[in-house]
Design a protein around this ligand. Structure first.
Ligand code: UDP
Length: 239
């Protein structure tokens, strides 16, 4: 039998994939579909950490652009990620997957605080750990939160599930001739400002040797394929 490529992974989903066909918010039927993908990945024996963005509900930058104080708007964005984490927790538990939510902003009544050793234990017991509230500080994004937790939990790779099937040399929605990379280095992503994750997240992955696998989560069954090294994806790695 082939050796599995990964033992422990961090899956980052942008908030917008929870909207399904809606313009805003959470579509529970779509979250249920995503939960099935996560369950299928976990059922292969993988240890799964999850980070979900909040862009389907609130983004700090958007609030700041409309005149709000940036830090205050970012706190709202972080709270949005907790709502998404709870929605995903509920969907996973309905499928019989044990989960724990750990938030970088403490809210005892709702979920656990981030405690690395406790998260380790959850993973050992086969639970999916959903890390909410990013890094717990304004002026960051959940991409940075994902990179931080991937490093902290010693994940073998960070899988970024978005609506695009990889990293392109220009925006594929605007340029029909845009080319997708199969692999690309962290340094090229940073130097050319390629749209993968924000620079601090890419740098954190580079400094800790964590490959970033960018793939489309919108296609059913794609996560399982990408975890096996199949399917369309871009791997961001060292040279
Ligand atoms: N946020 C923050 N600090 C963090 C993570 C998130 O302030 O460590 C706020 C920020 O305002 C961000 C919002 O939460 O815009 C939602 O997260 P993000 O934009 O990363 O979500 P995604 O684009 O992945 O849906």
């Amino acid at each position: 039998m082939a050796t599995p490529r990964y033992k422990r992974v961090l899956l980052k989903l942008s908030g917008e994939v929870l909207m399904g066909g809606q313009q805003f918010g959470i579509d529970p039927s779509f979250v249920a579909e995503l939960a099935k993908e996560v369950k299928a990945a976990k059922d292969t024996g993988l240890e799964v950490c999850l980070v979900i963005g909040g862009g389907n509900i609130f983004r700090g930058m958007a609030g700041a652009a409309q005149g709000m104080d940036r830090a205050q708007a970012d706190y709202m964005g972080m709270l949005a990620t907790v709502m998404n984490a709870l929605a995903m927790q509920s969907a996973l538990e309905q499928l019989g997957v044990q989960t724990r939510v750990q938030s970088a902003i403490e809210m005892d009544q709702v979920c656990e605080p981030v405690i690395r050793r406790r998260a380790e234990r959850h993973l050992e017991k086969g639970r999916v750990v959903i890390f909410a509230a990013g890094v717990g500080a304004p002026y960051f994004t959940t991409d940075s939160g994902a990179a931080l937790r991937a490093a902290e939990m010693k994940c073998d790779a960070l899988f970024k599930g978005t609506s695009v099937d990889g990293v392109y040399d220009s925006d594929p929605k605007k340029n029909p001739d845009a080319k997708r990379f199969d692999t690309v280095t962290y340094d090229k992503v940073l130097a050319d400002n390629l749209k993968v994750m924000d620079a601090s997240a890419v740098a954190l992955c580079r400094d800790n040797g964590i490959p970033i696998v960018v793939f489309s989560i919108r296609e059913q069954g794609n996560l399982a394929k990408v975890l096996k090294g199949e399917g369309v994806q871009t791997i961001v790695q060292g040279s």
